[in-house]
Design a protein. Structure first.
Length: 480
């Protein structure tokens, strides 16, 4: 959603000349570049446990962050007030930090200039017909109650249901020393359900979620039915699952949520700050083949309504689709303005931050592998002995070495090209570059998972991920 410019100026009680003055103040000690990030976010959440409202909340986060770049140094300060004096003090603090304590001359008054880079409403990727801020929390209680009833009607072994609705709407205004002025309103809605099942003495749990950058119109009967169906799907397999023998074997990763392994084991290693500092296993691989032909890995900020999409990043750089790997060759890192300047390339729109309290760093948006040519059933049929997995959790990754470990929430044995017994309590252990090199088949069934993915890297940001069905050889399966 993009309102008129005056809406944002009024929200933050600021004028265009005042924006110029703040930038001038931030650069008064000789800063090379400065930017301002204004944020007004309204958060709400509602939790239903066993049919009863367990908690609910509404709060607002308001303030401005000011960044100054001087050579290789970054100065950053923020204030929770847009009072002119508070903002000037934050600007001076950021300037001083960028010089490691050297105090410059007093701030000079700036004159208003022509502000370029205004947003394009036609390119808005945040559809919002019903503003979450206009909706009463009590109106959503029947929706969560209905979700619980649907789940209980579908499965008699349910003993507990925890359903949660959360939303946020952020008004954002940004201005920098290049004269760029941008603004938008960023909605986010999320529905999550956790279900506990019991059969005899065995207890299992499953969860399902949906999250999009859209308004309250996302809550429909069709959505509730979809979430409830997913929450109880394959629960028989969970109760019947065995812990197989471990060892090195072929692993088929199902389309969709398996993309979290791509995000964690490869995506982070493509973020430019890790590579600029020589901390990534891919630091010396630019322009080199890292996997087979026909494999393309993308980080995309342009998918309308997607949880990880952006109109522009938190450095005023337009959202875009970035191919990190094209036809098996590493072609791009994920850049913010700092890393882009270091490498002498344009920024890729990956400068993101958790809030105005944080400075932007390279972060993923929606990371996925493009579809290949293979049919999923043919991929499974090609495996004599291995496992099929479609949901992971609790992953650990070493960016420098590329080593990863992921716990498998659900999967099946593959025996002679057919799915066999369901499996549980296993880990997938491997190495990112080696896994890419051992990737043998890519399905034609890419799915972008619609769940509530959040990435933590010093700070948290919403992301999404996806993958088609793929076959990776020589991964270690930790079992009996």
């Amino acid at each position: 959603m993009i309102y008129g410019k005056q809406y944002y100026l009024d929200t933050f009680r600021i004028t265009e000349p005042a924006l110029e003055n703040l930038i001038q103040c931030a650069r008064h000690s000789g800063g090379d570049y400065a930017d301002l990030f204004f944020e007004n976010t309204v958060y709400s959440d509602l939790l239903l446990r066993d049919g009863q409202v367990a908690s609910g909340g509404l709060h607002t986060d308001f303030g401005v962050g000011i960044r100054v770049l001087k050579g290789d140094k970054t100065g950053y300060a923020y204030t929770e007030s847009t009072d002119p004096e508070a903002m000037m003090q934050a600007a001076k603090a950021a300037a001083t930090i960028s010089l490691q304590g050297n105090v410059g001359a007093p701030c000079a008054q700036a004159t208003a200039g022509r502000h370029g880079g205004r947003p394009n409403p036609a390119a808005d990727r945040y559809p919002m017909e019903q503003d979450w801020r206009d909706a009463r929390a009590s109106a959503f209680v029947p929706m969560l109650e209905k979700l619980q009833k649907l789940i209980e009607q579908k499965e008699s072994r349910v003993i507990k249901v925890i359903a949660m609705l959360s939303s946020q709407v952020s008004d954002i205004l940004m201005f920098n020393s290049l004269g760029e002025l941008k603004y938008d309103t960023r909605p986010m809605g999320s529905v999550t359900v956790s279900v506990i099942f019991k059969q005899g003495d065995i207890v299992e749990n499953k969860s399902a979620s949906r999250s999009w950058r859209t308004g309250a119109e996302m809550i429909t009967d069709a959505l509730l039915e979809e979430i409830a169906t997913e929450a109880v799907a394959d629960i028989d397999a969970r109760f019947e699952a065995i812990r197989p023998k471990g060892g090195k074997m072929s692993v088929v990763m199902g389309a969709g949520a398996s993309g979290i392994l791509l995000h964690e084991a490869m995506g982070h290693a493509f973020e430019a700050d890790f590579n600029r500092k020589g901390q990534s296993v891919f630091s010396d691989k630019m322009g080199k083949r890292i996997c087979g032909k026909g494999i393309t890995i993308v980080d995309d900020g342009t998918i309308r309504g997607n949880r990880g999409s952006i109109n522009f990043d938190d450095e005023l750089v337009a959202g875009q689709r970035t191919a990190m790997v094209e036809d098996g060759v590493l072609t791009s890192y994920l850049h913010d303005r700092i890393s882009a300047k270091y490498y002498g390339v344009p920024p890729t729109g990956n400068g993101r931050r958790e809030s105005f309290r944080y400075h932007p760093i390279p972060r993923m948006r929606c990371t996925y592998m493009e579809s290949g040519l293979a049919k999923p059933q043919d991929i499974i049929a090609s495996v004599k002995k291995g496992i099929f997995v479609d949901q992971f959790s609790n992953g650990q990754v070493k960016i420098g070495e590329g080593d990863f470990t992921f716990y498998v929430k659900s999967g099946y044995l593959i025996e002679n090209g057919r799915l066999g017994a369901p499996v549980k309590d296993i880990n997938i252990i491997g190495n990112g570059p080696a896994a890419l090199a051992d990737l043998r088949m890519v399905g034609d069934d890419l799915i972008i998972d619609p769940g509530t993915w959040t990435c933590g890297k010093e700070q948290s940001v919403p992301v999404s991920c996806g993958i088609p069905t793929v076959l990776v050889e020589n991964l270690t399966v930790g079992g009996e």
